[in-house]
Design a protein around this ligand. Structure first.
Ligand SMILES: *Cc1c(COP(=O)(O)O)cnc(C)c1O
Length: 475
């Protein structure tokens, strides 16, 4: 009840809640809405049928590169639905929610330990939001030094959210080329470093699934000119317990809790994109921050250099609970195995699939994902990466990520994750081989795929261009 009273404080008159509130006449409907009248059973069948049309990690293999669609242990769900967590309200007095604050504080500490950074905020709602928060910190840091600077450098293999965040924070993106090995071209980087560059935004392992082994050298080059090194930590899966970005000179990094630390995600949420920084940037982190005062945890706004708030409340606690449970259950000693198995699985599957496609960057072993090119298939048979992805759906596999990173033609980006068994990976490779044989014998089958799914080939852009999610009562 405390919760409701706080939220509707302004509605309390003489100690009574003044409900229901009546709407002014001009806002009321003149006619009853035409809501479908159905029995409970019909409703249940309708939704159950709809659910069966869906694809999910719980149903089958989801090799969607960059997204880390690993299995999410049910234990996390159970803990996130504990009564104490689900009945929390963001306006609750701090004394009444010490549990979640303690969990949050501890999770911040875990993330510091894992990343080698000194302070973490859990406020950003997802990875891209973490990036924007990071870029606002970059701006504040340079502004306080007298010049916000103009440019942020980004490799040509970067995720689309990187330049978007840079732009939103008021910077201009300057692209850095990748070399033949698929890593940052150091000469190109050197030629673009100047006093007007605010930060370099790098992803490591990069989106080709390759480890940027020059990361320390890059950090040193940048720091000579007081340029901050931002790392997109979406691929942290591959580094857990093996190496720490902070030790390599990274100043700012976002985590994707929903990817690395397991929360069911996709189709828009939920997510959580905590941001970690080195000591010299801590004072800029968004408020409120969790601080301990006289044995009680409090949300403090007393950080005069802070960039301010980036979220209405404090972030997405239900995702924190899942990540916290996941880390605790795996244990500090075993986190490394997540990375090792994700790397092993990626390299295993890469070797199997390299027989069928081109590998534009074959020189180095992969980390947790790899990118192949179907350009050879397109040239010889006129069948595209998109067609192959669609045909995979007919065989009950989710499609890989396609046409990203942009530097690879007809890209197929595959991330098996550490939770898939060798049997599943073998089965996937066999199905790919089957599809390659179909292409040789009768390419039309693949070009017109999918054949077995509830919807056939959709217009890829229409739903975005003409978004309409209303139920039309009058139709
Ligand atoms: C997923 C991802 C992002 C964006 O993260 P969201 O949580 O989806 O906002 C950024 N960079 C890379 C490399 C990613 O894989």
């Amino acid at each position: 009840m405390t919760v409701i009273f706080l939220k509707y404080k302004h509605r309390i008159k003489n100690g009574e809640l003044n409900f229901p509130v009546s709407l002014p006449g001009n806002l009321k409907r003149s006619k009853e809405p035409k809501i479908p009248e159905l029995a409970e059973m019909e409703v249940i069948r309708h939704f159950d049928r709809l659910a069966r049309k869906n694809y999910s990690v719980d149903f089958g293999f989801y090799p969607l590169g960059s997204c880390t669609m690993k299995y999410n242990p049910r234990l996390n769900e159970e803990l996130a639905s504990l009564e104490g967590f689900i009945s929390l309200h963001p306006l609750q007095p701090e004394e009444t929610c010490q549990g979640i604050l303690k969990l949050a504080k501890k999770l911040e500490e875990f993330l510091c330990l894992i990343s080698g950074l000194d302070a973490v905020t859990l406020q950003p709602a997802a990875g891209a939001h973490g990036e924007l928060t990071g870029m606002l910190i970059v701006r504040k840091y340079h502004t306080e030094k007298g010049n916000p600077r103009k440019y942020v450098l980004i490799p040509d293999s970067a995720h689309g959210t990187n330049p978007a965040s840079v732009t939103l924070a008021g910077y201009e993106t300057v692209e850095i080329k990748s070399n033949e090995e698929g890593l940052v071209d150091i000469e190109d980087l050197k030629s673009k470093i100047s006093e007007e560059v605010a930060a370099f935004m790098i992803t490591n392992p990069n989106t080709l699934g390759l480890f940027e082994s020059n990361i320390k050298k890059i950090a040193d080059l940048l720091h000579e000119k007081d340029i901050l090194l931002y790392m997109d930590g979406a691929n942290l899966n591959a580094l857990l317990g093996i190496t720490r970005p902070g030790d390599a000179g990274v100043d700012i990094l976002h985590f994707n809790l929903h990817k690395t630390f397991s929360t069911p995600h996709g189709a828009g949420g939920p997510g959580s994109g905590p941001l970690g920084v080195k000591k010299h940037l801590e004072k800029y982190l968004p408020v409120p921050r969790i601080v301990e005062k006289d044995g009680t945890l409090r949300l403090s706004y007393d950080f005069p250099h802070s960039i301010g708030k980036v979220h209405t409340f404090y972030g997405h606690p239900s995702v924190w609970v899942r990540a916290f449970a996941y880390i605790l259950r795996i244990g500090k000693e075993n986190l490394r195995e997540i990375a090792e198995f994700s790397i092993l699985n990626a390299n295993y599957l890469r070797k199997k699939l390299e027989k069928f496609f081109e590998n534009p960057y074959p020189h180095r072993p992969s980390m947790h994902e790899f990118v192949l090119s179907a350009e050879n298939i397109k040239k010889k048979y006129g069948v595209r990466a998109l067609d192959i992805a669609k045909r995979l759906l007919d065989y009950n596999f989710h499609a890989p990520t396609m046409y990203f990173p942009l530097i690879v033609k007809e890209a197929l980006m595959i991330e098996p994750t550490e939770t898939e068994s060798i049997e599943t990976l073998d089965e996937f490779a066999e199905v790919v081989e089957k599809i390659i044989n179909e292409i040789k014998e009768n390419p039309e089958i693949v070009k017109n795929a999918p054949h077995n799914t509830p919807c056939k080939r959709l217009n890829e852009a229409k739903a975005n261009r003409e978004l309409d999610v209303r139920y039309n009562f009058n139709e």
